[in-house]
Write a protein that binds this ligand. Structure first.
Ligand SMILES: O=c1ccn([C@@H]2O[C@H](COP(=O)(O)O)[C@@H](O)[C@H]2O)c(=O)[nH]1
Length: 238
């Protein structure tokens, strides 16, 4: 019943909320995202608990630091047993390459499965006005593609990017590259603080490999029905 392309964001801050939501969603969701709100509240126990329930975990802590520190952080996160980890591409090529190399070497030394490492390109909440306010000269789309190419060259498995850039990334980074897409909004749902949004159907059609969905599921009055409706829409793109 679950579709491993759906990653449900657990943007809550207690283990009770996590247990309630995961139990409610049951077999419909097999992949969860743990971000800073939850991890900074409850710590590593949430990763262990989700793994014990047989769930995959995207540990979305978006590391952004000098190469040695970011690589050390990624290795620590890997030891928790997460399925996917991330850094910010704006940390630069050397940081991404160091993190990927150290993670692979450490996984081999420990004899454990290596998680996927992906890079955040331009946050899906950023619109053109925010972007120009940062003094950026490139169009958002061009910057995202540039970051994606750099991430691939650094040995990463994919990127976090909006669906609006997915087709271009697919074209330049090839078929095996992961495109993990937040900012997903089923037709008619609240946009909230997101800017570069797409429906589940359009995101998959344009080349996203995974959809990260938070409020449209966890903030719904009936999270299970919301998830099942999204899965039905996803099913139309195989
Ligand atoms: O560019 C990015 C990177 C990460 N996110 C995260 O995805 C979810 C989206 O939640 P919604 O409630 O569906 O908006 C959230 O945890 C963000 O931290 C992102 O939105 N954009």
């Amino acid at each position: 019943m679950a579709d491993e392309r759906l990653i449900a964001a657990l943007d809550v801050h207690t283990m009770e909320d996590v247990e309630r939501l995961v139990t409610t969603l049951g077999d419909s969701v097999s992949y969860y995202k743990v971000g800073m709100e939850l991890f900074y509240s409850v710590g590593a126990q949430v990763v262990t608990w989700l793994r014990e329930q047989g769930k995959d975990v995207f540990l979305d802590l978006k590391l952004h630091d000098i190469p040695n520190t970011a690589a050390g952080g990624i290795c620590s996160m890997m030891r928790l047993g997460a399925t996917m980890l991330n850094v910010h591409a704006s940390g630069g090529y050397t940081m991404m390459k160091t993190a990927a190399e150290r993670m692979h070497a450490e996984a081999e030394k420990m004899g454990i499965a290596c998680p996927k490492l992906i890079a955040v390109t331009v946050l899906t909440s950023i619109n053109q006005e925010d972007w120009e306010g940062l003094g950026q000269a490139l169009q958002i789309k061009s910057a995202v593609v540039r970051y994606a190419k750099l991430a691939k060259k650094a040995g990463l498995d994919g990127v976090v990017a909006s669906a609006q850039e997915a087709a271009l990334i697919r074209e330049v980074c090839g078929e095996d590259f992961l495109i993990v897409t937040p900012g997903i909004r089923p037709a008619g749902s609240d946009v909230n603080d997101q800017s570069r949004i797409a429906t589940p159907f359009n995101a998959l059609k344009d080349g996203s490999t995974h959809l990260v969905i938070g409020r449209p599921i966890y903030a719904s009055a009936d999270p299970k029905t919301a998830a099942l409706k999204i899965l039905e829409e996803m099913e139309k793109v195989k």
